[in-house]
Design a protein. Structure first.
Lengths: 557, 253
């Protein structure tokens, strides 16, 4: 009984305390991951593993100072550890104990490492290395000439290798209990560092010399002294290894990206630059959303632009390979050419389509190359390809672009073959023209038919392709009426009021057969009929086919 | 294990799972939230602009004939602007057009000049502004500017105001403006003013003429006032005949 009395309250407490079922189900089916990069560069003493010159200079100058710093600082550094933010802070704390600057030694050595990594959440909540890759390059061109001799190193090396989670360590730990939540990033990786090059030491005024040539793990050394040449010795073994050891702790809002630079115990300059993100993302920045690409007005028409992408981590943007849409009639050239790869790639289309349908919405795509699978490719980006409305660089070349291309759309209302560009022969306020006497089979359009217009009788406002269509409608009404009413030519005997509408048709068309201008409109009845017919064109019908700039689809939203 | 112990164990497990799940979510959410906040859009798009009264007033002074014509035909629909203000804009445009006519080619098919067409558009639009503009139009009838006064009368005629019939008859016989006489004749017919018959018959010999060449390569000399008087008389039941020489004759009963 006592247990039963406890049962219900306990169940109630459990019911209130339980997270919603959806939240429990929302626990990720795959572990949470972080992705990131670390650039780690060293310039100066011991920045490269090989070389007699470097070794001599470092061992005689830098190393003793470094040892003294360690000897003096180590006992104190452990007590300071909680306040130290990482490698930089530790090095600077230790260096401060011995105020000697050995960075001036003539060592010309450098190391550049680039690590990209994926961390996976472990059972204890920290994030540990799941996979990654390190790319590196190193140089040593140290030379020291002195009175009785010289030291010279000339080594180079570069390579890449995957990280091994069993041997390499990259960890990320969060502390949300601190007053300011922090992150703690630690990197400790090794990689082979095969070098190629030669080192030499000439001494005693040239009486003696020692040299070594290195190629990976294959080393051949020799020397001579006092006229005697020593037998070269050969050593074969695995290449040297190199370690990157770095740590940084800071407020969590600085985790996404940051950098720091300092001198290490050997007074070499170190630069570390990191990016860590819980989600890799990639977007196409150029063309921008809703962007338009308009051909220039020269002939042949050219579009000369660039595409650009953005990734998080940013270092991966250079890995994007771009795919460009086809524009019929246009030749495409990219920079770089093949592959078209990089954060930013230029492209040039030369030549315009002969068909209006060759313009319009085109899709630009980008995909990751070497980090494929680690990050999702960015969403494709659409941009509208347009032609300059008033230029004449279409494949026909003799008519303006608006006339050439709009005639291929529904705005021509099926009369493309019978629409003639009249152009500069028109009066400034004319939109179009029809002559029964001189050209009964065609209508003519004027330059103004591409612009804004207000119907002189009905007042309807049109612009662009709608003005074109309305003018076609108007002039085609004349063609249909006059060729139909006067097949043998105009006959005044059948038209008492001289408005060119036959007497026997006027009443059925809503006009007075005795009135030239039935409604005192300022136009004869024939024109009133054609102006009224213009409004039969539904505004916007051809908007989706209008690829002119300026035009119905040229404005950027 | 007893039943009660099982229940307690289940409850404790559920509580523990809830706590663990919440803490697990906390580890990842903070950084992700900061990332999401940084990506929030900060700009809102601007609203689309609509020409206001000042903009339209400016377009009525445009050097482009099409702009003035478009505004004249648009104003009757712009009920967001007070009728009195729209009437004032159009009356001012009338004065501007009469005393400083625009120099432009008329649109294809017009037998009136571009300036005449504009004045005609202004007048018809004044008549289409609605009842709220009538007071402004009546006030304009007393304007010291003849062009404004005349167009106000015509506009009231377009609006169907029969109180201005005497003024319309006076315009038909007294004004020097042929376009005004033409519209006066037309409106007297539309309003079926039988008292205007004598003036309309007299207008059959009006001397105002224009030259017109149409698409059928037909060139004619038109007499707009005569023609509208002819039409008006026929609407009033008067038999009028157009003669071969273009003149008109009233058939006597």
């Amino acid at each position: 009984m006592r247990a039963r009395r406890l049962l219900l309250p306990l169940l109630l407490v459990a019911a209130v305390s339980l997270p919603p079922a959806a939240a429990l189900q929302a626990a990720p089916s795959r572990p949470v991951t972080y992705e990131g990069t670390l650039r780690y560069s060293v310039q100066g003493a011991a920045a490269s593993p090989d070389g007699i010159a470097q070794a001599m200079l470092v061992s005689t100058i830098s190393a003793p100072v470094a040892l003294a710093r360690l000897y003096q600082g180590l006992p104190r550094v452990f007590s300071q550890l909680p306040s130290l933010a990482g490698a930089k802070d530790a090095d600077e704390f230790l260096r401060a104990g011995i105020n000697v600057d050995t960075s001036g030694i003539p060592v010309r050595a450098s190391y550049n490492g680039f690590i990209d990594f994926v961390l996976e959440q472990a059972a204890d909540g920290s994030f540990k290395l799941l996979s990654g890759n390190v790319r590196w390059d190193t140089d040593n061109t140290t030379r020291l000439d002195y009175d009785s001799g010289s030291l010279e190193d000339n080594f180079h090396g570069q390579g890449s290798e995957p990280l091994d989670p069993a041997a390499d360590a990259i960890t990320l730990v969060f502390d949300f209990k601190a007053e300011t939540p922090t992150f703690d990033l630690k990197v400790a990786i090794d990689h082979d560092i095969p070098m190629q090059g030669r080192t030499s030491w000439t001494f005693l005024g040239g009486v003696g010399s020692i040299w070594c040539e290195v190629n990976g793990g294959h080393e051949v050394c020799g020397g001579n002294c006092c006229g005697e040449v020593g037998e070269p010795s050969t050593t074969d073994g695995p290449p040297d290894t190199w370690s990157i050891s770095y740590s940084h702790k800071g407020p969590i809002h600085t985790m996404q990206h940051g950098s720091e630079t300092w001198r290490n115990l050997l007074d070499a300059q170190v630069v570390a630059r990191w990016e860590v993100t819980d989600e890799c993302s990639a977007t196409i920045d150029e063309p921008a959303e809703g962007d338009t690409l308009t051909y220039e007005e020269d002939s042949p028409g050219v579009i000369d632009r660039f595409v650009a992408g953005k990734t998080v981590p940013s270092a991966w943007a250079g890995d994007l390979v771009w795919t460009f849409p086809d524009i019929s009639g246009a030749e495409l050239v990219t920079d770089p050419t093949d592959p078209a790869k990089g954060m930013m790639v230029g492209f040039t289309y030369t030549g315009m389509p002969s068909e209006n349908s060759g313009f319009g919405n085109k899709e630009f795509e980008a995909s990751f190359d070497t980090v494929e699978g680690t990050c999702e490719d960015p969403e494709p980006r659409q941009a509208r390809v347009l032609f300059p409305r008033d230029a004449k660089n279409n494949p026909g070349g003799s008519e303006p672009n608006w006339f050439y291309y709009w005639s291929q759309t529904s705005a021509a209302q099926g009369h493309e073959a019978n629409i003639v560009y009249l152009g500069p022969s028109c009066r400034p306020t004319w939109m179009g023209y029809f002559s029964l006497a001189t050209d009964p089979g065609n209508i003519h359009l004027c330059e103004s038919a591409r612009l804004e217009d207000s119907n002189s009788v009905t007042g309807r406002y049109t612009e662009g392709i709608d003005t074109f269509a309305s003018t076609v409608r108007h002039e085609w009404q004349h063609l249909t009426d006059l060729t139909g009413w006067w097949p043998d030519g105009y006959d005044p005997a059948r038209d008492s009021d001289g408005d060119q509408i036959p007497n026997d048709l006027e009443e059925s068309l809503g006009f007075d057969d005795t009135m030239f201008d039935t409604y005192a409109s300022g136009f004869n009845d024939l024109e009133v009929r054609a102006y009224t017919a213009e409004d039969e064109w539904a505004l916007g019908t051809a908007d989706s086919e209008d690829w002119a700039n300026p035009g119905k689809q040229s404005a950027t939203p | 294990m007893s039943k009660s112990r099982c229940v307690l164990l289940i409850a404790a497990t559920c509580l523990l799972l809830a706590a663990c799940g919440g803490r697990r979510l906390d580890w990842t959410s903070a950084a992700a939230t900061m990332t999401a906040i940084a990506a929030l859009p900060t700009e809102t798009p601007a609203p689309t602009a609509t020409p206001n009264a000042d903009a339209l007033r400016g377009l009525l002074s445009s050097e482009d004939w099409q702009d003035r014509q478009a505004v004249a035909q648009l104003l009757p629909t712009r009920t967001d602007i007070a009728a009195s203000e729209r009437a004032e804009m159009l009356l001012a445009a009338v004065a501007t057009e009469v005393y400083g006519p625009i120099e432009a080619d008329a649109p294809n098919g017009a037998y009136l000049s571009a300036s005449s067409l504009l004045r005609l558009s202004y007048t018809r639009s004044l008549g289409a502004l609605g009842p709220d503009a009538l007071a402004a139009l009546r006030e304009a009838m007393a304007s010291e500017t003849p062009a404004v006064a005349e167009r106000a009368v015509l506009a009231l005629g377009y609006a169907g105001d029969r109180s201005v019939l005497p003024q319309l008859r006076a315009l038909l016989t007294d004004t020097d403006d042929g376009d005004v006489r033409m519209l006066a004749a037309f409106l007297l017919g539309e309003l079926r003013d039988r008292d205007a018959i004598p003036a309309l018959q007299q207008a059959l010999e009006d001397g105002y003429s224009v030259y017109y060449e149409g698409d059928a390569d037909v060139a004619v000399t038109l007499y707009p006032v005569r023609e509208q008087a002819f039409g008006a008389l026929r609407k009033l039941g008067i038999e009028v005949q157009r003669l071969e020489d273009g003149s008109y004759a009233v058939r006597q009963p």
